[in-house]
Each structure stands twice: as C-alpha cells, then as structure tokens.
Ligand binder design. Structure first.
Ligand SMILES: [Zn+2]
Ligand SMILES: [Zn+2]
Length: 160
C-alpha cells in the first residue's frame, strides 16, 4: 500500500483500504489468505515524520498441527511504524535500511509504502501451532486416522 505524502495532511488522519495479499508481497509459501487484507491506518504526521498505527484483519488458511486439516483462522493484528525522510537517498538504499531494524522506516519524501510492515505483521501473527479447534483430537499415532471423525481403525479393532 502506497501513501502519497503530497496528499497526506499534517496531524492525525486515518486511511482504510482492502488489499490483495500479493500486493504486499505475501506469497503462497508464506500463507494462504482468503479474501483481502482489511487495513486501517491511523497516521500522525509532523512534517516529514509520520507515526503509523495499523490494524489488520484477515482470514488465513492454516493446516491444523494435530489433524493436518485445512481450516480458516481469522486474525486481528496490529503494527506500528515510525517513518522519517531519508537524508541521502543516493547513499542509503531501501533494502539496506529494511535490514537495519531500528524500527524506523524511511521514505523519499513523496511516497510511503508500508507493505513490508504489513507482510511482517501477518507472518509474525500466524499461530506457530495452529489448531482447527482447541479440542482437536488429532491423528492416531498408530493408524493415522483422523480421530475427530470417530474412533480410528485400532480403536475399532480393539472394540471387536
Ligand atoms: Zn485439527
Ligand atoms: Zn488408530
């Protein structure tokens, strides 16, 4: 998402947008997102310095870590970024600054992009051990059946 600084007023403002996940660099390798990213930015501009608080809503398609079934995980995320104008655009390249993780995002005085921050918030916001439900019974370690669907093969065999 690109913010045109020419049109961004001084002081506080808000921006709402819906973005396709690909537009901020989220690929299928990162995560499958169903529908758009819903974004609300609260901006506070002082000259060329912009403080941004972002709220992000999306639905990620995750694989349950217990039963390996795909399910939809709604995510409500927040991020903050402080943006300042770069002093020597010819010396400091954007990629160098991104790696220099001081929490300060630089812009060229014309266009501000928070795509990197949005993608990072999504990736950090994903559950590391997603569960389709808290009570997911998972797969049987012996026969591999999904025990959410009823007794597995070994349980049925044991029951006779
Ligand atoms: Zn599950
Ligand atoms: Zn079993």
């Amino acid at each position: 998402m690109q913010i045109d600084l020419k049109h961004l007023p001084q002081g506080r403002s808000t921006l709402d947008d819906e973005l396709p996940p690909e537009s901020v660099g989220i690929t299928r390798q990162d995560v499958t997102v169903e529908g758009p990213l819903k974004l609300r930015l609260s901006l506070d501009r002082r000259g060329d310095e912009v403080w941004i608080r972002g709220k992000l809503q999306l639905v990620a398609v995750q694989e349950c870590s217990r039963c390996l079934t795909d399910f939809k995980e709604p995510l409500d995320l927040e991020f903050e970024v402080f943006c300042a104008k770069v002093h020597s655009p010819n010396v400091v390249s954007a990629s160098v600054v991104d790696e220099d993780d001081q929490g300060v995002h630089v812009h060229d005085g014309r266009i501000l992009s928070v795509d990197h921050e949005i993608r990072e918030a999504v990736i950090l916001g994903l559950s590391m051990k997603p569960l389709c439900k808290d009570t997911c019974a998972g797969l049987c370690p012996t026969c591999g059946d999904d025990r959410n669907l009823g007794p597995c093969r070994c349980a049925r065999a044991a029951a006779g």
